[in-house]
Design a protein around this ligand. Sequence first.
Ligand code: ZN
Length: 350
Amino acid sequence: MNRKHKTYGHFIAMVVAMIVGAVGISAVYQTARNRPPIAYGNLSPESIAKFNKKMAEAGDQGSLFVLEQLVLSQWDNENDYGAQDTAGWTHIEDDRFIVYYKDDLNNVWKQNAQLTLRLANEAIPQMKAVFGKYTYPEDINGRKLPIYLPPTRSQYGETISILYGGPTDSEGSLGMTIYKVSQSGYLPMGIVLLKDIFDKNADFCNSLVVVLPHELSHYVYASLFQFSDDCVPMNWVKEGIADYVAGRNPQVQGQDSVDFIERYCDLKKDFPVEKGNFSNNQYWAGESFFNFIKEKYGKEKVNEFIQSTYTISIDSVLLVTFPNKDMHREWVDGLKTNAPSNQAIALTNE
Ligand SMILES: [Zn+2]
């Protein structure tokens, strides 16, 4: 009866430190980023280690935190993996995105690339609403967001590892967003999409129209997140908001799911990634919380909540956004009111 939740896509954060003098850091930073060097400028090796540990605990098995000095030319799309002659990619692009694909006789992947480019552009207004702004190339040293459409499963894994800069576990995911954060700024390496999501028979939840906005949400959220010592992304916030934006799971189904949320989904902590029959809880339960906020307090409140997570801890976000309220209690009560009875569930599952 419990719903199985597939892994939808890892969120890879590669936090990168430059071990150079303070003067050098500040000079590189100022040329490489169009916003004040508040949080990134303060990234220390200790912070990097903390982010690394936190991301791993949050279920981002593919996260890699490396010490590396970034230079401005790394933002240049001419240096993309997809632009290398030997890699065999072709591409279409506009002012915001470059979609890399591989030619085939029937132009199937060209059509998939055109669809991806259109849907990516169509997702921008909603990103702006939820995240407060969209991250255009002019915000990140002119870099267009690369989106890769590898035509096979093995090339999917290979592309992820290449962008990531080392072996990583992409098994079970439908898409990945890979980026680096360093004292020299935010560098998106690209989004990689699994071929299965282009299948005409794919479930809605596992299709391009859901997976693409999910991954784009990671791209935007990570670009706006401050990564200060007080502020590390919560797994349920980043995955929950990505599924909320994508509209993946409109409703939590079943009393057992509600019981799970009541018992295990403390809003001030990461939700357990795996627990009993339940998995990927940061996705569906996170989305459920945002859907609940939208229904009870309106969309604007969801946006306010998300935008305050960029700079302050989750405890402070809850305190500021919902003063004097026990939001976990309200959320569970709301679900209990709306959830079908156990008996109804049993009947529909016959
Ligand atoms: Zn995700």
